[in-house]
Design a protein around this ligand. Structure first.
Ligand code: GLN
Length: 538
């Protein structure tokens, strides 16, 4: 039985209006009033999870502590709320059908015809309430992916209708996010798309309680009244969401529009203190008033789509604000780099990050970038595949084993310095089968990473199949690249760093996934600092 209050966020008119940021901002305000809040995302696509998707499709795949491969919006939830999400926070149509079909094969519905209503909708409702069952939350915000009116989101909207009917309007409210476009030629803001989108929602039996209008221009009272009239929402529940300079402004913009107050009134929630957002404001103050700046190159092969590296870009925002330093990211395509042109592409940078990735494409460019950073004493940060490239480069050019490679790129290499884990060799299925989620790591005393973290025991999230091959460890360490972080149970190498370099660190895990506004990741903080020092020296 439901104990928490439920807020659903649906979207209309177009995708990419920022439902995830609105949900995160509202959650931030409610959390700042002392409520325990979580956010979950329901995605209409058929993939069981986004783990098998190319980053070009929906951007990065965000990994939780418990090893779920999820939508990148969960990254926003964690960055805003500073609370970890889990497997249960992201559900797709594929997962719902998979559960229902599995039960059907087990005979759970024996004798019955299995149908969208009630079987699929019941399974959706069960999943809507999974986090509620933990008893940990006062308020659960559920973001429904896609657009109202899409064929594939219909079962989610129907399940929402049923749940509201079952639990009642004081426990379940619906916020609908739409677009109010500005037609420059007519000099007018247009409400028609909003009217249509709310009509589509109402036809599915769901009347929104609050309408948030995304707009590039302020929405005057007469337009708000028009939206209210056509959609049957109180005028003070028509909220404006202006394009913001940074996503981190949105909680304050929503506060100004009194979104949190409207929500609590609709939920008939007893008064709790005003939100305390001083720390958030302090972060924004630092973010907007930097006293220094650095140029950092992000070398990857999906750079055309910045969302493919969302968490890395946001981790730089957090670390930059912490250091009161503007981080200018240069998105550099690894396929365009080679040993001949590398200086002209990377020569002016204060720091180089080589990004995570899969497969052969662009790999040699990444290795050239590593070499340049190593030889020119430019701060370097390698993440996952980036760390593997650092090890390959070192083995080839310092140990002189020119054949060195990862068996992911060259299965027949004579020097498999990066190789598949034993347990991975048995794996044949693709989805959810990598080394996923949080693993402990022990850092070497006195190492650069141990100093950055300020502690020796850490836990970080993983998403990979290949590993540093310990057969070469001794030789590599003798030559000046040390394994400064090890998994305490398996001895797998999690971190490498160069002894003779201002800041050269490669990590097998994904630190970017744990950086939040209130808790910038220490390795990003230290890397930005190293870039500042590098700039000063020039
Ligand atoms: N492709 C590499 C592996 O599977 C690295 C993965 C990553 O960068 N996330 O080990």
């Amino acid at each position: 039985m439901a104990q928490a209050k439920h807020i659903f966020v649906t979207g209309g008119v177009t995708s990419s209006l920022g439902k995830g940021i609105i949900a995160s901002s509202l959650a931030t305000l409610l959390q700042a009033r002392g409520f325990s809040v979580t956010i979950q995302k329901f995605d209409p696509y058929i993939n069981i999870d986004p783990g098998t998707l190319n980053p070009y499709e929906h951007g990065e795949c965000y990994v939780t502590d418990d090893g779920a491969e999820t939508d990148l919006d969960l990254g926003h939830y964690e960055r805003f709320l500073n609370v970890a999400t889990s497997q249960a926070n992201n559900v797709t149509t594929g997962k719902i059908y998979y559960n229902v079909i599995t039960k059907e094969r087990q005979g759970a519905y024996l004798g019955k015809t299995v149908q969208v209503i009630p079987h699929i909708t019941d399974e959706i409702k069960r999943n809507f309430l999974l986090l509620d069952d933990t008893g940990k939350y006062d308020i659960i915000i559920t973001e429904i992916g896609g657009c109202v009116g899409d064929i594939e989101s219909l079962p989610f909207i129907e399940a929402l209708r049923q749940l509201r009917w079952e639990l009642g309007g004081n426990d379940v409210i619906v916020i609908h996010l739409t677009l109010v476009p500005y037609l420059a030629a007519a000099g007018e803001l247009k409400t028609k798309p909003t009217q249509h989108s709310v009509k589509a929602l109402s036809e599915s039996g769901v009347q929104p309680d609050i309408i948030i209008c995304r707009s590039e221009k302020p929405i005057p009272m007469e337009i708000r009244k028009k939206v209210a009239l056509f959609t049957g929402v109180n005028v003070n529940s028509v909220i404006e969401a202006l394009d913001a300079e940074t996503i981190y402004d949105v909680p304050l913009l929503m506060r100004k529009e009194k979104l949190d107050e409207r929500v609590l009134a609709k939920l008939r929630y007893p008064y709790k203190k005003e939100p305390n957002i001083d720390a958030w404001k302090e972060f924004l103050g630092k973010l907007k008033n930097p006293t220094d700046s650095v140029e950092i190159g992000l070398v990857g092969k999906y750079v055309e789509l910045h969302d493919a590296y969302k968490s890395i870009a946001e981790a730089f925002v957090h670390a930059g604000a912490y250091n009161e330093c503007k981080v200018r990211l240069h998105w550099i395509h690894s396929e365009k780099i080679n040993d001949e042109n590398v200086e002209s592409i990377l020569g002016k940078l204060d720091g180089i990050l080589v990004a995570p990735g899969f497969g052969e494409r662009g790999i040699e460019g990444k290795i050239s970038a590593v070499r340049f950073a190593r030889e020119h004493q430019i701060p370097f940060f390698g993440i996952c595949l980036g760390m593997q490239c650092a090890v390959i480069e070192f083995t080839r050019n310092v140990l002189g084993l020119s054949e060195a490679h990862s068996t992911e790129m060259n299965p027949d290499t004579q020097v498999p310095i990066i190789d598949m884990m034993e347990e991975q060799k048995k794996v044949t299925m693709k989805g959810g089968t990598m080394r996923l989620g949080a693993y402990p790591c022990k850092l070497k005393k006195g190492s650069k990473v141990q100093q950055a973290y300020g502690k020796s025991q850490i836990s970080e999230r993983h998403r990979h199949r290949y590993e540093f091959n310990n057969k070469y460890l001794e030789e590599i360490e003798k030559a000046g690249m040390i394994a400064s972080g090890l998994n305490p149970d398996t001895e797998l190498v999690e971190v490498v760093e160069l002894v003779d370099h201002p800041w050269f660190v490669g990590v097998q895990y994904h630190p970017e996934l744990k950086s939040t506004v209130m808790n910038p990741h220490p390795l990003f903080v230290r890397f930005v600092k190293a870039a500042q020092e590098c700039k000063e020296k020039k």
